[in-house]
Design a protein around this ligand. Structure first.
Ligand SMILES: CC(C)(COP(=O)(O)OP(=O)(O)OC[C@H]1O[C@@H](n2cnc3c(N)ncnc32)[C@H](O)[C@@H]1OP(=O)(O)O)[C@@H](O)C(=O)NCCC(=O)NCCS
Length: 216
C-alpha cells in the first residue's frame, strides 16, 4: 500500500502485522528494554521493516538506533521514516544524495476520538475537511496522519518540535496534500500523497534534495 504513494528511487517495506520475527541487535533491544510488550513488538517490527527496506538499497544489516527525540538514526548516506499502528508497520528509505527527508505515517481509518480534531487542527483545516465528501476515508484521521508525517519529515531537518498549530494542511480527494509551515525553518512546506485501503490510512512526504528550498 505504501509503495503506491512513493516516488521512484525509494524503497519501502511494510508488514500487515505487529509481531515480525526479528532479532534486535543488543543496542536496539536496550532502547526498549523497559518498555511494555506491545511497544517492544511494534519497535521490533519497525526495525524489521527498516532492515528490509535498507537491504533493497544494498545496505548490510546494522542497528538502527535513535537520534534526538526518538527519530531513527539511519546509516550514513541514507534517510528514512518508520511508522506502526495496530496490525501494520512500514519503513521507507532513500539515499540522502537524492532525498532530503521522508515522513510516513499510518493510522486506522476511523474517526478520531471526540475532542482530538480540535486539538490537532486549525480552524481553516476543520472548515476544509467539513466540505469534503463524507465516506471513503475518515478525513479527520487523515488530517492527523498527514500532520504526524509532517513532523517526521520536519524533525530531521529542523531538529526541533513542531506543534500541530504550526502547519496548515490541505487534503485533496485525489490522494494528494499540501502543507504550509507557519514557522520559520529549513523548509516552508511539503507536498505529499495519501492512500486509504483495508481500514488503514497512510500518508507519505518525500522531499527531494533538488526540490528543497532555503526556507523562509
Ligand atoms: C513522533 C510522532 C510523530 C510519532 O507518530 P505516531 O503516530 O505516534 O507513531 P508511529 O508509529 O506512526 O511512528 C513512530 C515512529 O516515528 C519515528 N519518530 C519518532 N520520533 C521522531 C522524530 N522526532 N522525528 C522523526 N521520526 C520520529 C520513530 O521511528 C518511531 O518509531 P520507533 O520509536 O519504533 O523507531 C508522535 O508521537 C508525536 O510526537 N507527535 C507530536 C508532534 C507532531 O506530530 N506535530 C505535528 C506537526 S504538524
Amino acid at each position: 500500500m505504501i509503495d503506491q504513494i512513493l516516488p521512484a528511487g525509494l524503497t519501502a517495506w511494510a508488514e500487515r502485522r505487529d509481531d515480525a520475527p526479528v532479532e534486535l541487535y543488543p543496542e536496539e533491544a536496550a532502547l526498549v528494554a523497559r518498555a511494555v510488550e506491545k511497544r517492544r513488538r511494534e519497535f521490533a517490527t519497525g526495525r524489521w521493516c527498516a532492515r528490509k527496506a535498507l537491504a533493497q538499497l544494498g545496505v548490510p544489516p546494522a542497528p538502527v538506533l535513535q537520534g534526538e527525540r526518538g527519530s531513527p538514526r539511519w546509516p550514513a548516506g541514507f534517510v528514512g521514516s518508520i511508522t506502526h499502528c495496530p496490525g501494520y508497520a512500514a519503513a521507507v528509505v532513500g539515499r540522502s544524495a537524492l532525498i532530503k527527508t521522508i515522513g510516513v505515517d499510518a493510522e486506522p481509518d476511523e474517526a478520531l476520538p471526540e475532542g482530538v480534531l480540535d486539538a490537532i487542527s486549525l480552524p481553516g483545516e476543520r472548515d476544509r475537511i467539513a466540505e469534503l465528501k463524507p465516506g471513503g476515508v475518515s478525513w479527520d484521521r487523515l488530517l492527523f496522519c498527514v500532520k504526524e508525517a509532517v513532523y517526521k519529515a520536519w524533525f530531521p531537518l529542523a531538529q526541533r518540535w513542531l506543534d500541530f498549530t504550526e502547519a496548515d494542511a490541505v487534503l485533496r480527494p485525489d490522494g494528494t496534500f499540501t502543507v504550509r509551515l507557519l514557522v520559520d525553518g529549513p523548509v516552508s512546506g511539503f507536498e505529499g500523497r495519501w492512500r486509504a485501503e483495508s481500514n488503514l490510512v497512510v500518508a507519505a512526504i518525500v522531499l527531494r534534495s533538488a526540490d528543497a528550498g532555503s526556507g523562509r
